[in-house]
Design a protein around this ligand. Structure first.
Ligand code: LLP
Length: 417
């Protein structure tokens, strides 16, 4: 559900016509809806209100400070995967004790920053990482709170690039080795075991993989408790899907309904790490049609947003609905909607049925709030685009469009050229 709707044939972001924002801030432009974000965070909070929980929003989906701040103001925490994300979360006011830190490649500097900040826990992904965190915590004369990320070997039934919980994936500690790793962790002087973590993939549209994976993790929790290792935090990761096209993913309430019974009578704080399901449908990318091109076998609509602005269609073949900002009565056509980047893989949609578009008209790429801006780049020396947040009839620029000068920021000319 979101608040991007047509009013009198004009697409609005809440109460503001999208074309007003495009005129004021230019295109391409990311637009986010405050109310949609709020609705999604509240849906999670409500669904899990019956047990102790922390909704650690996955910053990788969208790390704009205004978005993090809004989520934090509604009680959310953060799931971070780098020193940069940790920095952003803290700057946006997320309390350190609501920050979980995951990722297979944490560096010494990043581990130090997290220890200094007193985060909730490290989600540890390997034996060597565990030893490294112990070593650094020892040097800093502190204790490191950890959860082990366990790979439950459950098929999330999603795109292979975004599935993470199978044996063949690089993530987590194999299920069979988990107990042994916990025993090891319990022996390390500067490690404090607080939790267990799993995340099996993204854009999951069924509830069963969540349930299957949780059941397996709970077996471990019980086995650990029998050996005297108590787990206080159960982190079930993120991954709830959204509707891009015709998917009907479970909502947080449906997820809760299926997993809360499994947690009955257990003294656990539940941690969730949703990213996409909070911000995905809360954002759109607005692009302008530059040229219409007819090739022998195809019609092309060339727009001013490219794979550097939204890479999901190019690398996952992801579907994003694309609709005219101002509805018209023209007939439909079939076209590829492509960007200006010099690559054939630069497309937002292929063979898409869409109302005939004229030059200069605006198109809205829907469900672009997650993994849109955060995965954008300056490829082809294209400045990253502006981001705007709308709340009712109010709106604010939450990230300026980069300039050409920004493209060269930090570069110096080698003295030998
Ligand atoms: N927790 C961990 C440990 C993760 O690796 C991820 C996502 C999340 C939470 C958040 O998952 P979500 O709720 O957003 O599904 N770029 C891809 C998605 C990559 C997801 C990576 N990990 C895409 O555009 O579809």
């Amino acid at each position: 559900m979101h608040f991007f709707e047509y009013k009198k044939g004009e697409l609005h972001a809440e109460d503001v016509p999208v074309s007003t924002l495009a005129n004021e801030f230019g295109t391409p432009l990311y637009i986010y809806s405050f109310k949609t974000l709020e609705r999604h965070v509240k849906a999670y909070e409500k669904a899990f209100s019956s047990i102790p929980h922390v909704i650690c929003y996955a910053l990788k989906a969208n790390s704009n400070t205004s978005i993090i701040k809004l989520i934090g103001s509604l009680g959310g925490g953060a799931d971070v995967v780098s020193g940069g994300e940790l920095y952003r979360a803290l700057k946006a006011g997320i309390p350190a004790d609501k920050i979980a830190y995951a990722g297979v490649g944490k560096t010494e500097d990043e581990i130090r920053l997290a220890l200094k900040s007193n985060i909730l826990m490290f989600n540890v992904e390997s034996e060597q990482e565990l030893a490294e965190i112990d070593r650094i915590a020892g040097l800093m004369k502190t204790g490191a709170p950890i959860a082990l990320r366990v790979n439950p070997d459950v098929d999330p039934q999603t795109h292979p690039y975004i599935s993470t919980g199978l044996k063949k994936n690089k993530f987590g500690i194999p299920f069979e080795d988990a107990i042994e790793h916990y025993r090891l962790a319990a022996k390390l002087k500067n490690i404090r075991i607080v939790g267990i973590h799993k995340h099996i993939g993204s854009q999951l549209t069924k509830v069963s993989p969540f349930v299957d994976a949780l059941k397996r993790i709970l077996l471990l929790v019980d086995e650990l408790s029998a050996t005297g290792i108590r787990i206080s935090h159960l982190d079930i990761g993120g991954g709830l899907g959204i509707t891009y096209n015709d998917e009907t993913p479970p909502d947080p309430a449906a997820l809760a309904k299926n997993i809360l019974p499994l947690l009955k009578g257990r003294d656990l704080t539940l941690v969730l790490e949703p990213g996409r399901s909070i911000v995905g449908n809360a954002g759109i990318l607005v692009a302008k049609a530059l040229y219409l091109k007819k090739a022998p076998e195809k019609n092309f609509i060339v727009v001013d947003a490219g794979m550097n602005d939204l890479i999901r269609p190019s690398i996952y073949g992801a579907y994003h609905h694309i609709q005219p900002v101002v509805k018209n009565r023209r007939k439909n056509t079939i076209a590829d909607i492509v960007g200006p980047i010099c690559e054939s893989g630069d497309f937002l949609a292929k063979d898409r049925e869409i109302q005939i578009v004229n030059r200069g008209e605006l198109l809205a790429v829907m469900s672009a709030g997650a993994y849109g801006f955060t995965m954008s780049s300056q490829y082809n020396s294209r400045p990253r685009v502006a981001e705007v947040m709308v709340k009712g009839s109010e709106y604010a620029l939450i990230r300026k469009r980069e300039t050409y000068a920004d493209l060269m920021k930090g570069e110096t000319i080698a003295r030998f050229v």
